[in-house]
Design a binder for this molecule. Structure first.
Ligand code: MOS
Length: 735
């Protein structure tokens, strides 16, 4: 049996609100936590099928050119070595999760430094690693490699694809030039952000096992079914013959959305050798051979009248990517809807470079784009001599400022006001450099936050066994976000079962297909699929009990009606099972949907060394219903830390001669550590979104990242009087 919820009309009510003993909304600790701390949650690299061999990737030692000779003779003679595999399919990447235009090169052609060109397989990892060093790779470099976007801005051209129609390559209305000319106050400047690396704690890893013509991959992916389809395409086999399992994923951030080279390498090598092969990326492999957030070059123009009302908003962005790839960073995406203003322009262009594949990274578009937009707003407020919170309040639109669509819900004003209150913003000294504590300059900064609320088809099966145990099965993943926990809470509320009677099985392509973990849509989509299944199960249970559904209450592991208690274990008989699914509909076409927030922070910048330390942080978010304040707050804090990293330290450095990633480990690619982060105060407003989905929630995963880095840069300006528009704001730029 199956049931679907299509988002075709506003919801007047959510069954979640009828729960007898509500679990949703409570800070239930992660149900998968005990397994994780006990080492029982098995990650991709922790699979050891019989006969397992180990592969180590061979990678191109040049940025653009050809491999003229790949000689594995010496490697093959080393102890334990089974094969040196080269195969043109290895080079094919599926990093583009839109699935279009992924380039297929011959094995000889190299387009970025570190591109996979082969895999050495041996009995042990150490043997394979040692042998890989003995493979001779001769190459001939082309002289037309492009390794620096900033030096090649004149080559910027429109992207090839609008990525599901979501990325809005170019929008224009009114006359920006004339409005800028006429504006009483204006900002016109360029902000740049460098490449970033996802740096998930768990490196990419895959174990490939063939049985006849069927392949099973234990791998670490955010959307196993998408990656399975990409691998099937690479291998030229039917997707039904490939099974991906990713029940536990140690972080993804977008870097595990599309197929990465370790999976293809393991599959191809295992097929050739006739035994299972594991390929675990080293940290250096992850940095050089998976994907990155592209660099951005953003020109922002803001014009305002004397009262601080925006008359012109233009955000022209350039990002970098390999030739032939459709993904681009939609850095102007928040600018479409964040502020009112009649004359508008948002534009995206791409420079084709010979650098590691650019892919989605946490809040693709918004994260980088709000570094520019929210800093430009701060500059404009200063020119106007008005408070930056006030500037945002004056430019609050009542409809989507481009297409006139109503907002499904929009809590930005409340977030700004509550955040200012919690931080004590009214006590801020507006004059840069005015607050000082010994050699530390103190500054306060703020920024708004917005992240689009996306939705996609998703399905899950919910079953009640004859013992009253409830099982949820979905291909959906938990990438550290809390999926296991929130799906447990939803089922507990809708079926009235205690959470210890719920078992969640995730990340298997044999289960109903989900939208995966990405784009902050996981909770909404997987949660709504589970909701659809439970809604149908409630009707089945009522029928089995012989009572009208309207009179049934679900509580205490039973259906209760007319004074009688019917245990679910009995009603389920031999067992009941429903596949629930959900899909976007009119609600998605007719409403502008986004989650909002505001960040406020205090920095201390050392007047002698230029070092920036954070000392206080308050963020307020409006993201509809919060399923679990513990996991949602954890997501918010993680996102804010991501933003702080982008503001202060994170930069993937490419060698200007080859594009090679120079800082390819966590020692050199600086993500914030605990000692860098103050106590972060997060408040979620009590909001419901009756358009978004039957759970009335909006995505929260990437919201914290959006705007947080700009709040830091704006605070640094308030402390020092120095505007740094080239991220990250490292100390050398402040001295
Ligand atoms: Mo996110 S960049 O969609 O994992």
């Amino acid at each position: 049996m199956s049931a679907t919820i299509k988002l075709d009309a506003p919801f007047s009510h959510s069954l979640i609100d009828d729960a007898a003993d509500p679990q949703v909304g409570r800070p239930l600790p992660r149900v998968d936590g005990p397994r994780k701390v006990a080492g029982q949650a098995r990650y991709a690299a922790e699979h050891f099928p019989g006969g397992l061999a180990h592969g180590v990737l061979l990678r191109a030692p040049l940025g653009k050119g050809r491999i003229t000779r790949l000689d594995g003779t010496a490697a093959r003679a080393m102890p334990g070595v089974l094969a040196v595999v080269t195969d043109p399919r290895l080079i094919r990447n599926g990093g583009d999760f839109a699935g279009s235009a992924a380039p297929v090169q011959g094995v000889e052609e190299v387009v970025y430094f570190g591109q996979p060109v082969g895999v050495v397989v041996a009995e042990t990892f150490e043997q394979a690693r040692a042998a890989a060093l003995m493979v001779t790779i001769d190459c001939a470099a082309d002289d037309d490699g492009v390794f620096d976007m900033e030096a090649a801005l004149d080559r910027a051209a429109p992207p090839t694809d609008d990525i599901f129609g979501l990325f809005l390559i170019h929008t224009e209305q009114g006359d920006v030039e004339a409005a800028m000319e006429a504006a009483a106050h204006r900002v016109d400047a360029v902000w740049t952000t460098p490449s970033h690396s996802h740096s998930a704690m768990e490196p990419h890893a895959a174990v490939a096992t063939w049985e006849g013509d069927r392949l099973t991959l234990d791998a670490s992916y955010q959307s196993p079914v998408t990656s399975r389809d990409q691998l099937a395409t690479v291998l030229g086999i039917a997707p039904e013959n490939v099974r991906f399992r990713s029940p536990f994923v140690g972080g993804g951030f977008g870097g595990k959305l599309g197929l990465m080279p370790e999976a293809a390498a393991a599959a191809i090598a295992a097929q050739q050798l006739g035994r299972p092969v594991k390929v675990v990326m080293t940290r250096q492999n992850v940095y050089e051979t998976t994907g990155r957030r592209p660099a951005t070059h953003q020109r922002l123009r803001l014009g305002a009248d004397a009262d601080g009302r925006l008359t012109a908003i233009a955000h022209e962005t350039i990002t970098d990517q390999l030739a032939g790839e459709s993904f681009f960073e939609p850095a102007g995406i928040a600018t479409h809807l964040l502020y009112a203003g009649a004359n508008r322009l948002v534009d995206h262009k791409v420079v084709r470079v010979n650098k590691l594949l650019a892919v989605s990274m946490r809040a693709p578009g918004e994260a980088a784009g709000q570094l520019g937009l929210e800093c430009a707003m701060d500059e404009l407020a200063e020119q106007l001599g008005i408070d930056p919170v006030d500037l945002r309040l004056r430019n609050e639109p009542d409809r989507h400022p481009e297409d006139g669509m109503p907002f499904s819900s929009r809590g930005l004003v409340d977030c700004l006001q509550r955040g200012a209150e919690r931080f004590g913003w009214s006590k801020r000294n507006r004059t840069p450099g005015a607050m000082r504590d010994g050699e530390w300059l103190i500054g306060h900064g703020m920024a708004a936050s917005v992240r689009g609320n996306l939705y996609g088809p998703s399905a899950a099966r919910v079953s009640i066994g004859g013992n009253g145990q409830v099982t949820i099965e979905s291909e959906m993943t938990d990438i550290g976000t809390g999926t296991y926990t929130i799906l447990t809470q939803i089922v507990a509320d809708l079926l009235g079962v205690s959470s210890d009677r719920v078992e969640v099985r995730l990340g298997d392509t044999d289960s109903p297909r989900s939208a995966g973990s990405g784009g902050s849509w996981g909770a909404a989509t997987a949660g709504s699929a589970v909701y659809a299944a439970c809604e149908a199960l409630r009707a089945q249970l009522a029928a089995a009990a012989g009572v009208p559904l309207a009179e049934a209450r679900f509580a205490d592991n039973a259906l209760i009606a007319r004074g009688a208690r019917h245990p679910l274990a009995r009603l389920a008989g031999e067992g009941m099972s429903v596949e629930g699914s959900t899909e976007p509909g009119e609600n998605n076409a007719r409403y502008s949907q986004a989650a909002y927030g505001a960040h406020f922070c205090e920095v201390r910048v050392n007047a002698v060394t230029g070092e920036t330390r954070l000392s206080r942080w308050n963020s307020v978010f409006a993201a509809g219903r919060i399923l679990n304040p513990r996991t949602a707050t954890s997501q918010a804090i993680g996102g804010i830390v991501f933003g702080i990293g982008a503001a202060l330290t994170e930069e993937l450095v490419h060698d200007a001669r080859t594009g090679k990633v120079v800082n390819r480990d966590l020692g050199e690619y600086h993500v914030p550590a605990h000692a860098d982060i103050p106590a972060i105060d997060v408040l979620f407003l009590d909001e419901r979104d009756f358009i978004a989905n039957p759970l009335l929630l909006k995505g929260v995963g990437e919201l914290g990242t959006c705007g947080s880095g700009a709040a830091v840069a704006n605070a640094i300006y308030n402390a020092t009087g120095v505007r740094v528009r080239e991220f990250p704001v490292t100390l050398d730029k402040l001295l």
